[in-house]
Ligand binder design. Sequence first.
Ligand code: SF4
Length: 288
Amino acid sequence: MNLISKFDPWRSSVCTCPSKLTLNPYTGCDHMCVYCYASSYIPRFNDCRPKKNLITRLRKEAAKLKGETISMSNSSDPYPNLEIETSLTRKCLEIITEQSCRVQIITKSNHVVRDIDLLRKVPSTVSITITTDDDAVGVLVEPKAPLPSERLEAVETLVGKGIPTCVRVDPIIPFVNDKPESLMETIAAMGVKHVTSSTLKIKPSIWPRISTELPNIAERLKSLYFKRGERMGGYIFLPKDIRFALMATIGLLAKKHKLRFGTCREGLSCLNTAPCDGSWLLNGRLGL
Ligand code: SF4
């Protein structure tokens, strides 16, 4: 099985991402987010481990690349806590930037700033997921990930170093982080140009974690998802009117702060003002 493959999330009809390749240096992730979708299809998900013979295999596969766009990573975070010891994502970046590939990083970690020197060599974007600007809420929903305040510092550093940076306010969980006004204001003031958002979808593997970690919230979410929710592709979505209202509100905040906006896997591309994955920013800055 190849390490680099066509990006095809969930084979989902509601994905509006432009065509690209994807590379996951790790299987699993140690950030332990309560809402993690990938934990529903990857065995032993929180046992984060590097892909077997990662660097040797990648060198072989990368020799055939010719400047394609590679997204890192879509199934598991490319900067888990384990990366601090292994630097494997950095080694991957060294290889793919040698092939002049365009790079999209998606992470929940401030450790991405370590690799700014490599990201400056090619057209690149970094999308940092920040679901809240309240560290206490962050610890509740993303217990082993760097704090939201640390991620915000990373956003400031990336923007300051000229790396086009998006923020994923994603997922929006009703009653938890559905009022991101101050977060949107903060990131706009930092110079972020694009925000992507989506609402929480429920998988059978996700619901027990939410019920355990957020029991009061789960009680309030139950009827929204299980009585009124929409079933699509093995996931339970919030009712469409609620999803539309949540996404439209964030779209309006984006407009107010002059940010481009994309919804992710909502079937609401009517609200998008730019490609959902922020890839338009790849054209904003050519490699130095
Ligand atoms: S950072 Fe992403 S991949 Fe890792 S546990 Fe959280 S949602 Fe899952």
